[in-house]
Design a protein around this ligand. Sequence first.
Ligand code: URA
Ligand code: CA
Length: 434
Amino acid sequence: MRMVDLIAKKRDGHELNKQEIDFIIEGYTSKEIPEYQMSAFSMAIFFQGMTKDERVYLTDAMVKSGDVINLSEIEGIKVDKHSTGGVGDTTTLVLAPLVAAVGVPVAKMSGRGLGHTGGTIDKLESVPGFHVELSNDEFVRLVNENKIAVIGQSANLTPADKSLYGLRDVTATVDSIPLIASSIMSKKIAAGADAIVLDVKTGDGAFMKKLDDASDLADAMVDIGNGVGRKTMAIISDMSQPLGFAVGNALEVKEAIDTLVGKGPKDLHELCLTLGSHMVMLAGKAKDTEEARKMLVEVMESGAALEAFKTFLTSQGGDASVIDDPTKLPTAIHTIEVAAKTSGYISKIIADQIGTAAMLLGAGRATKESEIDLSVGLVLKKKIGDFVQTGESLVTIHANSEKVEEVIQLIYDAYSIVEKPVEAPTLIYKEIVK
Ligand code: URA
Ligand code: CA
């Protein structure tokens, strides 16, 4: 087989078979296939797309390019959740203990964040003492005992994807549904999940701004997951404004605590119950999503969900007393209110700008090497559809510096206020179950 012939085959719109795709990914991983041929191949995919079978082969080949986590020692069906990302997305912090509390094993491998705010691990590290450096045996034991543990990404997962994603970034080939879908799914599959719930975001603050594109991506990922034998479903949810109120690491932990007892922001609460119900279903713990939802509401109300969060934090070295006393979480020195300059209804909150504002405060990383400040961030006081009076606060800034002019300006730029009432956006556009 020669790479040049395979590039030509794809360029001309023909379907590649499994052997051919394996040849390409193996050759690329071992560096026998050079970057320039892989660039041409990516561009051919960009224009010609990939069939359902090709997408499954590509995903599978990328999974096999590195370590594959074996979770078979953990009892039960391990369900993982993946979100395509957004601003202030606190769902993982809530969902992990929430579904664990009804007996769904959560064996999560997580990473640090780049951009807006930290990743799940950064957020959890706001709890003093908490760490994710677990041995494999410890990880398995904790999930079997408590139904929940989070481990850092130490293994060499999907190196082919890592290289290819980097290459796509500089060859204008990121925006290709088959490439995005196989990239995301290869990582989830290599991390060992038996079943996967996908939260594909759409709107201004999302990777996929348009609903149609988000649907196509979700569809492609569900097909890939099911195609490699992992039960997969997706929901499409709104990211036209940040999710919940809090954007920032410790602030989001506090928000997660509120949500775990049923007192969280309405949108975050609803999204967690929807995603959680599907996780419980896929884990075989309920006969339908209605029953699953009832189970989740019950553990919120009984305190069992919060108890699962405490057990989880304690067993990974964290000081769980922060849950009863969130003032023990890292706290910023200054709080500054951003007051509305006019009265009216909030019609828009550009999520990206809110994310950038949080990053400028120090809540996120501009580069992989940046240190993050766990205490800082923003708490939105008004969301789309809300009425605001002149002088009332739109956002509370939590900062460790008083020099926040740029942050305030970004917040004003992010918010639009109009005279006529505005409806709150739809939170969940659709569910894709096949
Ligand atoms: N996120 C990924 O992990 N891969 C992509 O290709 C795009 C977004
Ligand atoms: Ca939030």
